[in-house]
Write a protein that binds this ligand. Structure first.
Ligand code: PLP
Length: 424
């Protein structure tokens, strides 16, 4: 091993020895110690407590108690788990509910926000937003009619959007301003509080998609005066594949005449089976139909781990992991043809870093198939490295750089083609 690498390994060992979160790794199932899993930003590792919870759920609650479990535990799951997520994002009690996918929750919030600003017909977002968010906006517009307009802020560096451009785009015709942060490709963390205040100054409502933030970045829904937010539970929250998402609505918006999809679970008394729809005046209003109980319950122990670790320590470690990686990146990966696809400024970055390379897709395949390393790939040339602080060590960072080097130096990537897999 070259001497440089040796020094990095020594530093990593010292950093890991002083890491207050190091012990959390053993709370997760680690089936292969050699696997370098850097995709926790896409599907978090499985908490051992979630596996135990699911076993009990299947054998006892579903198997033995059957429908009695609805009254004994399941019925209030959406708001109980919502409260715990609410504590992570700085919400007030009763402002968060769990159910449906992120996309469906986006749809609900967009519709609700537009209905609260009926005289305004413009929506503002950016080109860095996750496609499903943009599809949901366009889907709502298709239903509401052609006088709605979606405006997208451009990105000059494909990493961030400029605040000058944002300021210029803010007009009194905006009903809604909505962004995903950190962005899924570059990991750009928008200045949430400032952008929210600026949107409010022109009378627009804000909807933040925190799919890549929740469990990775400290959030303050109340302090920042957010209106609507959604987020994914299977990324840094480790809630399991297809876990339902959360939805946050500021209390002051929940009452009155807002529109959103109606269903019996959002009724004020679902088991009265009334003909007329009457919305619940709690977050249950945003439920539509029966929640996916098996997936929903797996989230709870996973969120408890994040709460126990605390967002401050999680963020501190994420920043330290990122800075350590970038130092190695500059010395060892940039010379191999990689360029940075994420912000340099740690305050403007989430917990993942994208590195770009002309041979990105082939390098990604070689990493997965020959180096037992799982990052993910985002078109056209981004290899995305997720540093989930609860189970990623500083040693993992050095190991990742070493495996990337090997793939390049041995030309291992040359063995692979350019045809894309179904899921990357
Ligand atoms: C992961 C992610 C989603 C996922 O949406 P689903 O409806 O759960 O498939 C949505 N938005 C953003 C920004 C994401 O990162």
């Amino acid at each position: 091993m070259d001497a440089n690498m040796d020094v990095y390994f020594q530093r990593a060992t010292a950093l890991d020895a002083h890491d207050p979160l190091a012990g959390f790794r053993e709370r997760f199932l680690i089936a292969d110690e050699q696997l370098l899993y850097l995709d926790g930003n896409s599907l978090g590792r499985m908490p051992i407590a979630s596996r135990e919870k699911l076993h009990a759920l299947i054998d006892e609650q579903w198997g033995e108690r059957l429908i009695r479990s609805w009254g004994e535990d399941w019925y209030h799951g959406p708001e109980r788990i919502g409260e715990k997520i609410g504590a992570l994002i700085g919400a007030q009690p009763g402002e968060v509910i769990v159910g449906d996918s992120t996309t469906v929750n986006l749809y609900k919030c967009i519709l609700a926000a537009l209905s609260l600003r009926p005289d305004r017909k413009a929506i503002l977002s950016d080109v860095l937003n996750f496609p499903t968010d943009l599809y949901a906006i366009q889907g709502v517009m298709q239903v509401l009619g052609a006088d709605y307009k979606l405006r997208l802020l451009a990105s000059e560096d494909e990493i961030s959007v400029s605040m000058e451009a944002y300021a210029e785009a803010l007009h009194e015709d905006l009903a809604l301003v909505t962004f995903s942060t950190p962005t899924f490709k570059s990991g750009y963390l928008h200045p949430i509080e400032t952008m929210t205040r600026m949107a409010h100054d022109v009378g627009a409502l804000v909807l933040w998609d925190f799919s890549h933030a929740v469990g990775a970045v400290p959030l303050d829904a109340t302090g920042w005066d957010l209106d609507f937010a959604v987020g994914c539970c299977y990324k840094y929250l480790n809630g399991g594949p297809g876990a339902p998402a959360f939805l946050y609505v500021r209390e002051k918006h929940r009452f009155g005449s807002l529109s959103q999809p109606w269903g019996w679970w959002g009724h004020t008394a679902p088991f009265s089976f009334e003909i007329e729809y009457e919305p619940a005046m709690s977050m249950r209003r945003f439920l539509v139909g029966t929640p996916p109980v098996l997936s929903m319950m797996a989230i709870e122990p996973a969120v408890e781990i994040v709460l126990e670790a605390g967002m401050e320590l999680i963020r501190e470690k994420a920043l330290a992991l990122g800075e350590f990686f970038l130092e190695m990146f500059d010395h060892m990966l940039a010379p191999l043809g990689f360029r940075l696809g994420s912000p340099r400024d740690p305050q403007r970055r989430g917990s993942h870093i994208s590195i770009r390379h002309a041979e990105g897709y082939r390098i990604y395949q070689a990493l997965v198939r020959q180096q037992n390393m799982i990052p993910d790939f985002r078109e056209p040339d981004n290899i995305r490295l997720g540093f989930a602080p609860l189970y990623t060590s500083f040693g993992d960072i050095v190991e990742a750089v070493r495996r990337l080097q090997r793939v390049l130096e041995n030309g291992q990537y040359l063995a692979y083609g350019l045809g894309r897999a179904d899921v990357t």
